[in-house]
Design a protein. Structure first.
Length: 486
């Protein structure tokens, strides 16, 4: 544990949804949900406006639609998000050579290694500068946590949300953690939390008082010992730069063992979808699909299948996981399921075609996908040309009306709202899906380049005339040290 709060944790606020709101003026201040829109889709990110209705990440999209029927539901544009993430990571790199990205919108930074802070005052100043620089560069906000360990820095950034900074002074860890729920600690999910609750432990202080031996008895040697140390505020993990991901995986533990084979298969398919979302968000594709099954007797089986080439196609991963499930006996019941992808490769557009099934809601390139119609094996007459598919939220450009984005499509029509990040809310028009004047567009920058020789306005944010926060009209500055963006 450090004696100064020089470990910084940055977490961008509702990143995917906030980026969409900044790019689409008509959605600012309104509930926005980003994720898979198919029948088995899940929420990737929900804006703070949508969260007020109870919508949250990893929730089935059908449930989200019931909670917030009037929200805007958009397909992810991962290439767009990655471009913003790269800007943010470059800013972090200016603070320190030790930057540990966790995802597109989250990272640890060792401020001491960068020589920018060696005490609380210096760390706070660095954190505030970072927040201002992120706003000026991207038009978005991030929350910053500062502490003497990675665990506490992450807890601090969560407390700071949205658009804030929180600093935990070294020496106050036990007092801070004691009354909080055990779920605040890394590695304590719903199943472990319930297991601890049944043992009479609901707060972090309960864990510290129970002692290491009791936690080891309940949770096993590695997990129990680690949890005891964290409950006492100890976390010596260093910030590690250039951490290469070797695999991407998700898993769920069930409070009641699953016996219904149909239900088990459905859970595997949902896990496959979540895994693919993480895979795409990390900018990778992978060759090996892995299925993990923990049975009623705690025996754990792992099955894997290696494909011909790397993929990030949901259909391919889902089908491979289903084939692996067919090889596992689940008659006694299943308490945990997991789906993973290993053998990772850098994400490329060509990877999308490494396997046969491509889905229209894939948003990797930011361009509208083309989904062929089903064709009979022996058509009686001429085959109709494939109908273009326009994914909700994707960028388009019209020869007359300019840049816009897809609000929805169906019955041979596509509805487009024409607006840009720096404009007022735009008009809506409807076209035939095969209108030759309508083409896939490129994502526009959220913050306008002021041009050579032009410096940023006071406060650092680059804005256009008559614009609000970060070049966004209609957004008022918040009560903090710099303008607030939802």
């Amino acid at each position: 544990m450090r004696t100064a709060p020089t470990i910084l944790h940055l977490d961008m606020d509702a990143f995917f949804a906030a980026a969409e709101q900044a790019a689409k003026p008509s959605l600012r201040g309104k509930p926005v949900v980003v994720g898979g829109l198919g029948p088995r889709g899940v929420v990737a990110t929900a804006s703070y406006e949508a969260r007020r209705f109870g919508v949250h990440s990893a929730m089935p999209m059908g449930q989200a639609r019931r909670l917030a029927p009037n929200a805007a539901y958009l397909v992810p544009r991962f290439a767009f998000y990655r471009s913003i993430s790269e800007q943010v990571m470059r800013l972090l790199g200016l603070l320190s050579p030790l930057v540990e990205p966790l995802s597109l919108d989250e990272a640890f930074v060792d401020l001491e290694a960068g020589g920018v802070a060696d005490d609380a005052a210096g760390a706070r100043a660095a954190g505030e500068r970072l927040r201002a620089d992120i706003l000026a560069t991207t038009g978005l906000t991030g929350s910053v946590g500062l502490a003497g360990s990675k665990m506490l820095a992450k807890i601090a950034s969560e407390q700071a949300k949205p658009d804030g900074l929180a600093l935990i002074e070294p020496g106050t860890e036990r007092e801070l953690l004691g009354p909080k729920s055990v779920r605040i600690l890394p590695g304590v999910g719903p199943a472990t939390g319930e297991h601890l609750r049944r043992a009479g432990m609901t707060t972090v202080s309960d864990l510290a008082e129970a002692g290491e031996d009791e936690l080891v008895r309940l949770l096993g040697r590695a997990h129990g010992a680690s949890l005891y140390r964290m409950a006492r505020g100890h976390d010596d993990r260093p910030v590690v730069a250039e951490r290469d991901a070797k695999s991407v995986s998700v898993e769920d533990t069930f409070a009641v063992d699953l016996h219904d084979r149909v239900r088990i298969r459905g859970e595997v398919e949902r896990l496959a979808e979540r895994c693919v979302e993480r895979l795409r968000a990390s900018g990778h594709s992978g060759r090996t699909i892995v299925l993990k099954v923990r049975r009623f007797d705690f025996s754990t089986l792992t099955r894997s299948e290696t494909l011909r080439g790397p993929t990030d196609a949901l259909g391919v991963v889902r089908e491979a996981a289903g084939r692996l499930l067919d090889s596992v006996d689940t008659t006694g019941g299943v308490r945990l399921l997991g789906v993973g992808v290993s053998g990772l490769a850098d994400y490329t557009q060509e990877d999308l075609f490494a396997q046969a099934e491509s889905e229209g809601e894939r948003g990797g390139s930011g361009a509208a996908a083309v989904v062929p119609e089903a064709v009979a094996a022996e058509p009686a007459g001429p085959v109709a040309p494939a109908e273009r598919y326009w994914a909700p939220g994707h960028d388009v450009r019209h020869a007359v009306h300019g840049a816009g984005w897809v609000q929805g499509s169906g019955l041979g029509r596509v509805t487009v709202r024409f607006e840009e990040p720096g404009s007022a809310p735009g008009r809506v028009r409807t076209f035939a899906v095969d209108d030759p004047e309508l083409t896939a567009g490129e994502a526009l920058p959220l913050v306008r380049d002021p041009g050579p020789g032009a410096g940023p306005p006071a406060g650092g944010a680059v804005v256009s005339p008559d614009a609000g926060v970060g070049g966004v009209p209609g957004l008022a500055a918040g009560p903090g040290s710099h303008p607030h963006h939802p």
